[in-house]
Design a protein around this ligand. Structure first.
Ligand code: ZN
Length: 387
């Protein structure tokens, strides 16, 4: 029995390796895979055939090489037959997307949430997710691999419990089991559900769906209504002992600053988050963004004030994690010159005299969908673990 177990584990590892290799090197043939992995050609052929049958891989037309004999058949991830569901859950809204293995969005749904009661929110998430699952499975004919959900607080990945979410006023909520039960009642039982902090999910989206080489450590800073970060290093997310590594919205930037929802004062969330900047003007987040983009002087001044604090936050995170690249995402990352632009300028000025230069900073590929698409990357990451 032990031998069977080992063999099945080894086979699983080999399958994952082949999927990841083809994802990184589309166009490789079975022979390329055998050479790179050291597996025999017959083992590779058998595994590749299984992966093609199950919808993971697809074959392109054989290349014309001019040589005699069988031509190598290029392989790639199949973007037509499988789907992964991703959910972005935050105060007041739920966003659901389905992506192909390549990260391309193939269906979506969203809803504003008036209530933050656990039963109401889980019910709404399940409803929207069921709608998207039905679309991709019944209309598009895809098999759904699982659902990932980015939540606004630290999680315990193993048990699927959200420890706490201050803005929702949730404590020790078993999100995975509640969601699986609700999806079961809607006709989608036993769907694998994976849970992660919102910013950590978004970081995974940058990594798993990258089109170029990812430099590690990668630091993702999510600039939304609140602020969070995700760190990808050594081939995996840095979760920390208690699941809250990267909960940087509560780093204290000003000791006697504004009161924060966490009970302390002067946290980054109270100074440089979108919620803090729009509250300074007494307008909604959406209106604040619109006013900054329209060049409204008061809004731009508030954005610049927030941008100066953002520079402090990025500086501290840079020194803490020494990332090779920083990615900024979330709706506030679109505020441009007066916020992100100013923050980067201040950062450059502060570090001009030091020998260390900040790493390159870029804007997230998936914009306001970074968390939801990242949550689908969480499904890929968990099912096809790095090897
Ligand atoms: Zn705080």
């Amino acid at each position: 029995m032990a031998i069977t177990g080992d063999q099945s584990f080894l086979k699983h590892i080999n399958r994952m390796a082949l999927i990841r290799l083809i994802r990184g090197r589309p166009g490789w043939s079975r022979a390329d895979l055998a050479e790179c992995t050291g597996l025999t050609k017959s083992t590779v052929s058998q595994l590749v055939q299984e992966l093609i049958d199950e919808g993971w891989l697809a074959e392109d037309d054989a290349l014309v090489t001019g040589s005699i004999g069988r031509r190598p058949t290029p392989l790639r991830l199949d973007d037509k037959r499988l789907a992964m569901i991703g959910v972005d859950l935050t105060l007041g809204s739920v966003q659901v997307v389905a992506t192909a293995l390549t990260g391309e969005v193939v269906a979506s749904s969203e809803q504003k949430l008036a209530s933050s009661a656990v039963a109401d929110v889980i019910g709404a998430v399940a409803q929207r997710a069921a709608e998207v699952i039905a679309e991709v499975s019944r209309v598009q004919g895809r098999r759904v691999l699982g659902l990932g959900i980015g939540v606004p607080g630290p999680v315990h990945e193993g048990s699927g419990v959200l420890h706490h979410a201050a803005n929702l006023d949730w404590h020790n909520v078993p999100v995975r089991s509640l969601l699986q039960q609700a999806l079961g009642e809607l006709g989608w039982p036993q769907l694998p559900v994976f849970l992660q902090r919102r910013a950590a999910s978004a970081a995974l989206g940058e990594v798993e769906f990258a089109t170029t080489t990812v430099e590690e450590p990668l630091l993702f800073i999510h600039l939304g209504k609140t602020i969070g970060a995700g760190v990808f290093v050594g081939g995996r997310l840095l979760s920390g002992h208690g699941g809250f590594a990267g909960d940087v919205g509560h780093l204290q930037l000003v000791p006697d600053g504004p009161q924060c929802i966490c009970g302390r004062r002067g946290c980054a969330d109270t100074l440089t988050s979108l919620a803090a900047m729009s509250a300074r003007l007494g307008v909604s987040d959406e209106e604040f963004v619109a006013r900054v983009q329209a060049g409204d002087e008061a809004a731009c001044a508030a954005a610049r004030e927030g941008g100066a604090y953002l520079a402090s936050l990025i500086h501290q995170l840079w020194l803490t994690f020494d990332p090779a690249q920083i990615v900024l995402g979330g709706i506030a990352s679109r505020l441009g010159r007066d916020y992100v632009g100013l923050a980067l300028q201040v950062l450059q000025e502060r570090t001009a005299n030091s020998r260390l230069q900040p790493p390159p900073v870029s804007v997230a590929r998936f914009g306001t969908r970074a968390v939801a698409i990242g949550a689908t990357a969480l499904v890929f990451n968990q099912l096809v673990r790095p090897v």
